[in-house]
Design a protein around this ligand. Sequence first.
Ligand SMILES: NC(=O)c1ccc[n+]([C@@H]2O[C@H](COP(=O)([O-])OP(=O)(O)OC[C@H]3O[C@@H](n4cnc5c(N)ncnc54)[C@H](OP(=O)(O)O)[C@@H]3O)[C@@H](O)[C@H]2O)c1
Length: 267
Amino acid sequence: MKQANLRGKWALVTGASSGLGVDFANNLASRGSNVLLVARREDRLRAVQQEITAQYGVQVEVIAMDLESADAPQRLYDQLKAGGRAVDVLINNAGFGLYGDFLEIPWERERAMLELDIVTLTHMTKLFVKDMVARRFGYVLLVASIGAYQPSPTYATYSAAKSYVLFFGEALHYELRKTGVNVTVVSPGVTKTEFLEVAGQQPSLYQRTMMMDSPDVTRIAIDALLKGKASIVPGYKNAALAQSTRLMPRQLAALTADRFMRMGSAK
Ligand SMILES: NC(=O)c1ccc[n+]([C@@H]2O[C@H](COP(=O)([O-])OP(=O)(O)OC[C@H]3O[C@@H](n4cnc5c(N)ncnc54)[C@H](OP(=O)(O)O)[C@@H]3O)[C@@H](O)[C@H]2O)c1
């Protein structure tokens, strides 16, 4: 697939009020794309809007919305449709994890996480991809995690949710290969954002050693998206780890992941 010119296109970035989402929006704006920023914290979104507008001179719009509720993707889609706004690039990034033993995590938090990380992401993809296929142009990035590559005790439900994202996205990449729409899954390793704070984990020794910067992760992801790749694990150490865990017996991979998460973590 030829690398697209995004000048004047519109990219919708979910979870654009902090972390990777802010850097996805900046990266796309630096390539000339207009951006739609979606998350719950409107003040944060407005600050990102101001920065991007000042730096890149592209159009930036803000929609403050809680994407956890079941009807949110349809409401967002309808709102954009009513305003005549076509989405050319969808960055399905909003998400969070929950750290801890499965039995200790409150069900309501876990249900909300599964809703956002799986159901919302899938519904958003279904709604926006249909229009992209009709126009024979579009790019969809799904944010999974390196945790998708193995069973991960202490992140059991989160990493399983991200395995869903990885396999859903890779399958969809194949299904859509002749439509002009590219789907790429990015599986970041630990990255400096608000993720660990939201998840309730102090970084472990492994995480402190492997931590990547968000602008690097997002640049690698957008490059892979525009090159038409099915999947990418940013950072050569993370990529090697993801591949090696695929070759191990899965219970050994689970043991390794458990050690990596707990060793040197205050919690
Ligand atoms: N950082 C890592 O180590 C890492 C590694 C692998 C994968 N990831 C994945 O990367 C993605 C981005 O996370 P991050 O690391 O950038 O963490 P972050 O800094 O906590 O950002 C998460 C973003 O998601 C938004 N969000 C959360 N709940 C939402 C909701 N109900 N409705 C709308 N937006 C919501 C947050 O905005 P509001 O709070 O304003 O709504 C925020 O903008 C997630 O899918 C995460 O699982 C992160």
